[in-house]
Design a binder for this molecule. Sequence first.
Ligand code: GLC
Length: 538
Amino acid sequence: MVDQYWYQKSVFYEVSVQAFYDSNGDGVGDLAGLTQKLDYFASLGIDCLWLLPIYESPMRDGGYDISDYRKINPVYGSVDQFANLLQEAHNRHIRVIMDLVMNHTSDQHPWFKAAREDRQSPYHDYFVWSETDQKYLDARIIFLDTEISNWTWNEATQEYYWHRFYSHQPDLNYDNPAVIDEMFKIVEYWLEMGIDGFRVDAVPYLIERDGTSCENLPETHAILKQLRAFVDREVPGKVLICEANQWPKDVVKYLGRGDEFQVAFDFPLMPRIYMAMKKADSAPIRWAMEQLPSIPASCQWGTFLRNHDELTLEMVSEEERQFMWSEYSADRRYRLNLGIRRRLAPLLDNDRRKIELAHSLLFSLPGSPFLYYGDEIGMGDDVTLYDRNGLRTPMQWTSGNNAGFSTAGQLYSRIISQPEYAPSRVNVEAAEKEPGSLWHVIQKMIALRHDHTVFSTHNFTWIDCHEARSAVFRRESENETILAVHNLSDTVLHLEVPVTRAANYVDLFTSRQYNEDESKLLLALEPYQYLWLKALLG
Ligand code: GLC
């Protein structure tokens, strides 16, 4: 029987088809290449792949600029190859979700091409127009480094069109029922092909209203609830994941009463993991956890350390943002919009202890974890590449030619070349061979998560050890109790962890046993050490 709550127990892996593996030697990763690598995900323990957009696109925003929602970008392969990927993934019990970009199209989409030519076109009303650029002025600009307004002038029809992202990405008009209809048909098309759901892009911005921020409006929620009902009617057991870079009180509304999205990314937590590690103080994580409202039993948070975008600093205070910028991107070239365009390993000084600690937090805090391709081997970034492209370089498979990614002479992107992160030092082949590698630690964490379902529940209790430099919490279910203990500092910590159940504990990583002493555990933690202590009951 299909477990309809599978997404609560899943470890997700965000993958760029372009960057993963090139099967036909044209310098660009493709669907057949990804299919060839499915055993890689199986051995890492991945439950679900999230594919960055693979639709037909002029590729001016990594494929988030779609020119045909029903076609696959031919450089990635054919519909048949996609169907084969799904089949082969499912054979290995790996699910596959796609990105659904509802908010906007590319300016190369035939709808927009027709709309911008002629006010009488039936497609004109698919987009948002205005005679002046003084409407919706309370809506912020998101791509601060590239855009100066959310309006762009259209010569042919003598009016402005609305866009929350790049000016080549006109927003669709969700006040027009025909647009909703079109989008639902697109959803149906891909669901019928057998995908397991969607990560839905940029959902807060579907509807605009004057005098508001044009984000999170009730009318937007109404459409998203319709979407969920539609998906459930079509094929039950599919997942909808919400990308809303917003505060928890607003994000939680996207879960509704369990009738909107099943999963929502927890954006405020992510930067606070980095903050806590830099300050050697758990207060930011604790604060982020305290902000989380309870969520419907059928829902889940989506947690992550990095993704394909800049590390966003939208859900922090001005002071926190300045702290993050000065500590994590003293080199200003790494700053982009309100964020930092760096990968995980370079952010954490390529220090194995810190990288493992961050993953321990990711995997032991509530929520379903999302990994970003390449971070499991500690890949680096390239600040000289445009915008976010430095985080989207080819996957490093071997130390050989083109990092084993492709046999082509020319690749879609340069490969990372700084000596510390170059393929000669950072590659899958070496990581798999070396039993002590980061890759193996992450594989182990994933396996432990699967073995201990308490990690997938909503249960979470912070444990106060009167030591700010520690982050200690309990995950508990009817049949198990696990304490996750973290030393966020670079010094040895002596901790007294109060325990409620009189029990001895075993560390799930090392099998070392820790005995409780009058309702407390006395622990000495090495710098950045973490333990997952399971209570031995009875
Ligand atoms: C989302 C995507 C980002 C894209 C933007 C516009 O934020 O994560 O990569 O640029 O939407 O589509």
